[in-house]
Write a protein that binds this ligand. Structure first.
Ligand SMILES: NC(=O)C1=CN([C@@H]2O[C@H](COP(=O)(O)OP(=O)(O)OC[C@H]3O[C@@H](n4cnc5c(N)ncnc54)[C@H](OP(=O)(O)O)[C@@H]3O)[C@@H](O)[C@H]2O)C=CC1
Ligand SMILES: O=C1CO[C@H](CO)[C@@H](O)[C@@H]1O
Length: 321
């Protein structure tokens, strides 16, 4: 089987890590990188061992030597470049948040279907072995009946003033950036969209600095979700059932130099923990290469992404109104 030949749009900081992960996956070959600045593309290609440097994103999309693209651009650019990539016949992995609105995310999904291309959002925690085990634990009834999900993701305004996270035009703000993880986790754990959402939030400099919500998933399942740029780094969740609860303190990405782990606390007060090896990004990339090779759409993963986008829009609209 031929390796899936990837090109990278832009020279994002996150791309350095993902390129290294791609280079660790046998089924993937990173063959090109494109930048708005040709010299930057050349530098990046030389630095990271990538064969081709493209002088523009369009030049890369026009190339026959690229089968798929990775899109780690600021959020407001995802939609247009994802459509352009699909139109150019490329499969695509788009960074989170998939888009600015549900309509944009749906348009990406539809265009990929129309063109027979596969797409995936780069929400790597969903691909960790730990995540599979947590799902298995819920499905096997180890928690009993799941009643409540709590999630928090934050970061204390750590960005340079020109960071896209602080720029409303580029899709900045904690809601799309960290809410993607936090609200997405609640949707993942519940396995469906909420029937009602109540939110409060705070904006500063035209972007969301905090959002807190109560989600009602129906059937007596609720969630509380917080994301913020005004509290220290948090990336935890708890899934509480009537028999036991699972706690994970670093679900988006394991803390550096700690194994990925979670804890189960049961009604009798016993606590068990489990730890996991493995690189979530490499597993996500290998999954994508498999999907492309089998011409299979990532239907459940795409729905998770579309539902996450829908919840984020509901939260933003709910606070604004
Ligand atoms: N999955 C994960 O763990 C992570 C995901 N992300 C996501 O990845 C994406 C990129 O984030 P990050 O690495 O911080 O991005 P950066 O700001 O480091 O890079 C974005 C790149 O986009 C290109 N670009 C094109 N147009 C613009 C523009 N108008 N303004 C700024 N840059 C532009 C630039 O490349 P050039 O000029 O070379 O063309 C730039 O290097 C975001 O969607 C973010 O949410 C970020 C971090 C972690
Ligand atoms: O996705 C990402 C990983 O987490 C960071 C915060 O911890 C985000 O800012 C970034 O965009």
């Amino acid at each position: 089987m031929n390796a899936l030949r990837f090109g990278v749009l832009g020279t994002a900081r996150i791309a350095r890590r993902i390129v290294a992960d791609m280079q660790s996956v046998d089924a993937i070959q990173v063959v090109g990188i494109a930048s708005r600045d040709p010299a930057r593309a050349r530098w990046y290609a030389d630095q990271y061992g990538i064969a081709q440097a493209f002088d523009s994103y369009d030049a890369m999309l026009a190339s026959d030597s690229i089968d798929a693209v990775y899109i780690p651009l600021p959020p407001s650019l995802h939609h247009d470049w994802a459509l352009a990539a699909a139109d150019a016949g490329k499969h695509l992995i788009v960074e989170k948040p998939v888009a600015m609105t549900l309509a944009e995310a749906q348009a990406i999904d539809q265009r990929c279907r129309d063109r027979g291309r596969q797409w995936l959002d780069a929400t790597a925690w969903l691909h960790h072995l730990r995540t599979d085990r947590i799902r298995q634990s819920i499905d096997a009834g180890e928690l009993g009946r799941v009643q409540h999900i709590s999630v928090a993701c934050s970061f204390f305004e750590p960005f340079q003033s020109d960071d896209h996270r602080l720029n409303p035009e580029l899709g900045g703000g904690c809601l799309l950036d960290l809410g993607w993880y936090a609200y997405g986790m609640a949707r993942w754990a519940a396995g469906r969209l909420p029937v009602a959402v109540q939110s409060i939030g705070r904006q500063d400099r035209g972007i969301w600095f905090r959002s807190s919500s109560l989600l009602d998933f129906g059937d007596d399942l609720t969630a509380t979700v917080n994301c913020a740029y005004d509290t220290a780094t948090r990336k935890w969740f708890e899934i509480a059932g009537d028999q036991a609860s699972i706690v994970c303190d670093d679900f988006t990405r394991p803390w550096p130099s700690k194994p990925a782990r979670f804890w189960i606390h049961d009604r009798a007060g016993s606590v068990k923990s489990e730890t996991f090896d493995g690189n979530q990004e490499a597993r996500m990339l290998a999954t994508f290469a498999d999907l492309v090779s089998n011409a299979t759409a990532a239907t459940a993963m795409n729905q998770q992404a579309l539902d996450t986008q829908q919840i984020l829009q509901t939260v933003a609209d709910g606070i604004a109104s």
